[in-house]
Design a protein around this ligand. Sequence first.
Ligand SMILES: *[C@@H]1O[C@H](CO)[C@@H](O)[C@H](O)[C@H]1NC(C)=O
Ligand SMILES: CC(=O)N[C@H]1CO[C@H](CO)[C@@H](O)[C@@H]1O
Length: 740
Amino acid sequence: MKCSKKRGIKVMDSSDSEYHSLFESRRDRGRHIRRLFSFSVFVAICFIWAYRLAHIPEHGKWAWLGLFAAELWSSLYWLLGQALRWNLIFRKPFNTRLSQRYENSLPGVDIFVFTADPVIEPPMMVINTILSVMAYDYPVEKLSVYLSDDAASDITFYALLEASNFAKHWVPFSKRFKVEPRSPHAYFNISSSSNPQDHDHAKDLAAIKKLYEDMRKRIEDAVKLGVPSEARSKHNGFSQWDSYSSRHDHETILQILHTRDSHNSKDVDGFVLPTLVYMSREKRPQYHHYYKAGAMNSLLRVSSTISNSKIILVLDCDMHSNHSQSVRDALCFFMDEEKGHEIGFVQFPQTFENISKNDLYGNSLSIIMEVELHGADGYGGPLFIGTCGFLRRDALCGKKFSGDHYKNDWNDENELVKANLQELEVESKALASCTYEGNTLWGKEIGAIYGSLVEDVITGISIQFQGWKSVYYNPRRKGFLGIAPTTLLHTLVQQTRWAEGEMQILFSRYSPTWYGHGKIKLGLIMGYCHYNYWATICFPMIYYSVIPSLCLLKGISLFPKMSSPWAIPFAFVALAESTSSLIEGLNIGGTIQGWWNGLRMWLYTGTSSYLFACMNIVLKFFGLSDPSFNITTKIIEDDVSQRYEKEVMEFGTSSPFFTMLSTIALLNLFCLLTTLKELILIEGEQMIFQVLLCGILVFINFPIYQGLFLRSDKGRLPSYCAIKSIALALSACIFFSTLT
Ligand SMILES: *[C@@H]1O[C@H](CO)[C@@H](O)[C@H](O)[C@H]1NC(C)=O
Ligand SMILES: CC(=O)N[C@H]1CO[C@H](CO)[C@@H](O)[C@@H]1O
């Protein structure tokens, strides 16, 4: 058959509409401007290098050469980043075509939700996520929801039991009234402001709200007082906690709460509900559990005996669904007749519902989500970010993409439903034991890959190394909404973990730098490197924010005179990069203040988190510290929350992060004050760039001076931290001044 292109849409000669693609890809319209711009910045950078090499001074030679090294490294790093902006791709699925063609043969979908701590991740949040995905607009008999609870908390289990009952009302309700979003908590929040006109709807809404409130009260009581004994005796699932000794030492706990053919699994209208399974894999102190990757692998095996769906959605417990169509959207990519068979995973962006107005801590990750992942998509695949991603089970299980021979086959799903639920549970339990993976390839080649703090990213790489492509789908109305850290310290800790994990990938057998050639495209290798070398950017950043300021004290000049032609490339790079990041930010819905906050957070993570990440890597190399994995908390106190909403920066405790930041901030302040005093006397022109740099640093650090000297609330910097950083900054200044 022949195809002809008509206004960019592929149309078949025959009247058969079947050959319309299920999704469409569009290239970035502004790519030529972007490329021209990158090129001009690159030329300016070359001039800076030339200037550095041609003008090495006698006085201050080492400071000069150090600055050159810093510029060299940050330019190379900048270059890596350009790969993620070179070739942006935007995708659009066609949902209606999917249902026209496949409504009766849609594949099964397993949804994995992960939780690890009932205190940090409250059960109410977890079940809202569960309920939101149980209510997806998708044939219920093809949907299976699994909760992996790495804390083995009976409270979480109790909450899930409650949710499984509430789902009998919630699922039919949300489908009848086409409720959006389908997380009850989020929906009630929205609907409380807009009352439905329809009488039936209003009545049902009131009723279901009451059910929800009753459930919430029971669960919150259980959180305070423990699981009520009545519930314990009613459901024999709790007996599995009899042999439980601690969250690090217990056998597998597994309970199938709903299955397709159990009588208990019908909703109030008599329809079946999605399969619902609780699992807490076995844990023993003598076995490493490999965090979320370990849990994912246990779930992979357990689900293979229960539903064995070909598509798996991986979700963190704080990311509720915000769009009931997301499963169908994702399937448009996998099921496309032409390109679908090569797609290993479809990544949705991670978006957050509690970002403050001007994104105080830069936690919206908007540049990554709105720009860079589109760029990675242009080169065959966005990263897998561990949540909001749909994966092909085959790809996750280490199967190689076998070229065009691989056929999408959605029909041969195992009908594994056993007559006897207990038998199935016993069989599945064995798959989640500690010893199961001994001497196997699980975690090395099969399933989620172990050995990095960002196990998701490395798992995505392993899938791409097997020949699969991935796709980034970023709809205007976001598919998932989660919760971002709301304090400075949490943000910095999270960034440290990410940067460290990214760097660990560099030393693994899935390092794109060493092993990517021939497996993935060069652009994608560069993109991965941009993240893998993330942490190392701390060295140029610290150098740049300390040495030029200190040199002011001694009158060492490190930049060209304002009137010299060499000033142009410096000014151009600084202005061009800041303007383009401002435009990029405004373009994706940010504010000017948000851009400024982002700049500040870039400085803060660069000079603290990334340094600590590098230090951790070195320490671990010498076996001096153990990999640690801190979950960032999802609950915060009232006063902290109020300050967050007012966008007042939160310090509150004394931490090495803050000492680092305030030392640099104070050092710049001292240098600036000393210089300004003398600037009028000495010839200023030579120093103007350096004074400007120092001035901008002082300006950007304003919240730190506030926290040190001007605030009295609980979120200020503790005086202990203030004294320490004043002492450090002063001694650095004095030491440097006396240096000959
Ligand atoms: C979440 O869904 C609601 C509709 O239910 C929509 O109004 C909102 O814009 C969505 N949020 C995001 C961030 O897309
Ligand atoms: C857990 C948490 O911090 N939630 C907050 C997210 O942000 C919204 C609005 O800014 C708050 O209402 C939530 O309490």
